[in-house]
Design a protein around this ligand. Structure first.
Ligand code: HEC
Length: 161
């Protein structure tokens, strides 16, 4: 073997050694599903932000957060098909009331729909043996690093997620 060929062989061997068996296993294994509890933790954050946006009558933000609540619930239902269908349809009417309240920019209707939505969360938790997970209407925003107040001229041309 010539000197340069020897060198190249050594480089190749080093590169192969850098690929750890753990990395190979992780890359070839199927990607794990996001945990249902983690999807729900995202729903929890958006549920809280939805409330904070509604309190400040920031309807663009409220609409945005509601879309994210819906997207996560859809994801949960699509990935975890063992969730009973009745529980899924149970949450639909409050979501529709909420959409209407936001479109109408109606604070009173928003408050009512928010209560119904929260009951819908708890109804599903109860019927899936998770009655110990009790959602409530927040008393204060849990996101101290985000402003929920509407700004002049905001949301022009913005699209929902
Ligand atoms: C269709 C049924 C269903 C609906 C609707 C639902 N959840 Fe859940 N949720 C579950 C299930 C099932 C679990 C338990 C997941 C687990 O333990 O793996 C859960 C768990 C949770 C958790 C616990 C996660 C944690 O980190 O503590 C929170 C918080 C939560 N849900 C919030 C909500 C909120 C807020 C809503 C309403 C906007 C909602 N959920 C609507 C089925 C539902």
């Amino acid at each position: 073997m010539r000197k340069s060929a020897k060198y190249l062989a050594a480089v190749a061997a080093t590169a192969a050694a850098l690929v750890s068996p753990v990395m190979v296993a992780a890359q070839t294994a199927q990607k794990p599903l996001p945990r249902l509890a983690d999807i729900m933790a995202a729903v929890q954050v958006r549920h809280s932000k939805l409330w904070a946006a509604g309190q400040q009558k920031n309807w663009d933000l409220a609409g945005y957060e509601l879309e994210l609540v819906k997207a996560s619930l859809n994801e949960a239902i699509a990935l975890y098909t063992d969730i009973p269908v009745d529980n899924i349809t149970m949450i639909d009417p409050p979501i529709r009331s909420m959409e209407k309240a936001i479109d109408a920019r109606n604070g009173a209707a928003f408050g009512k729909a928010f209560g119904e939505l929260t009951s819908g969360c708890n109804a599903c938790h109860q019927s899936t043996g998770r009655g110990f997970i009790v959602m409530t209407v927040p008393r204060a925003s849990s996101s101290g690093n985000q402003s929920f107040a509407p700004r002049e001229g905001q949301g022009k041309g913005a699209t929902r997620p």
